[in-house]
Design a protein around this ligand. Structure first.
Ligand SMILES: [Mg+2]
Length: 293
């Protein structure tokens, strides 16, 4: 019988993650498996809790929150024996979706108890691991603006507001992007590097990405006029951005990005800034619980 440590972010999804606790207890008590519940106290806390859980011998570390919580748990358990799982409870649940975790919590708990395991690729950039996707440039700037909070707007409308404000102010930077065969010189709107297909709560930026092929799927969306950005960008939600001429898709084992100015990078809920980024991948090293039968 597997053992579980639930790492719950009580503020994820406006308290959504916290609300599932009674149901969670009911299901896991009934299943009579060994489990522990932990509430995170602030940013970064989930990483230490996950590492401790792995050292205590819990086999499955369950991030209960959004993609930010998943990323923190991941960074705690890389290199241990623990498996990664996610119960969707945040604003963006792109990893949970990528591993086919049901949105319904009861169904998702069933999948956890079944414990079907898949080994997927693990990415690293700027000394941090990621399991789903990273965006550099305009999309990260929008995420940063939306995270800071927008007066009078919430949820999707806050994102739309942040999009237009960022669009108006954004300074494009020149980039050299190298997949190991010499640099491509370009002025991108954004560069996305994915193991999974979506980020930002359902934006299918690299819709053909495969989680265990040992390769990143990369989208370089080259600079277009601002009106064309407004026209093309919404296509990311349906995965149709890839048909836009200026959205170039690639697959590679590593990606080096050199920027003329430091740019924001968003990694599973966390925002960083940098002008040199080196993405590396470890094929099929990360055990994750999948909802797929
Ligand atoms: Mg892949």
């Amino acid at each position: 019988m597997a053992s579980y440590k639930f790492i719950i972010n009580p503020v994820a999804g406006n308290g959504k993650a916290k609300k599932i606790l009674p149901l969670l207890r009911k299901i896991f008590n009934k299943a009579a498996v060994d489990y522990e519940i932990y509430f995170t106290t602030g940013p970064g806390d989930a990483t230490g809790a996950a590492l401790k859980g792995a050292r205590d011998g819990f086999e499955i570390m369950v991030a209960v929150g959004g993609d930010g919580t998943v990323n923190e748990v991941l960074n705690g358990i890389v290199g241990t024996e623990a498996k990664l799982a996610a119960l969707p409870g945040g604003k963006g649940n792109d990893f949970a979706t990528a591993v086919a975790m049901p949105r319904n919590i009861e169904e998702a708990c069933k999948a956890l108890l079944k414990g079907e395991t898949k080994y997927i690729d693990l990415g690293k950039v700027m000394d941090r691991y990621f399991i789903n996707s990273v965006g550099v440039g305009f999309d990260a700037a929008v995420a940063r603006r939306a995270n800071r909070g927008v007066r009078f707007f919430k949820g999707v409308s806050a994102y739309v507001y942040a999009f237009f404000e960022t669009l108006y102010r954004y300074d494009f930077v020149d980039a050299e992007i190298d997949f190991g065969q010499g640099p491509i010189k370009t002025t991108p709107i954004l560069v996305a590097v994915g193991i999974g297909q979506a980020y930002g709560g359902g934006m299918k930026i690299v819709p053909d990405a495969i989680q265990d092929d040992g390769l990143f799927d990369i989208c370089i969306f080259e600079k277009v006029s601002r009106p064309l950005m407004v026209y093309h960008f919404p296509k990311v939600f349906s995965g149709r951005l890839k048909y836009v001429e200026q959205a170039k898709m690639f697959r590679a084992e590593e990606v080096k990005i050199k920027l003329s100015e430091p740019c924001p990078l968003h990694m599973e809920g966390e925002i960083f800034t940098g002008d040199r980024m080196h993405f590396t991948i470890q094929p099929r090293v990360m055990p994750v619980i999948t909802g797929k039968k």
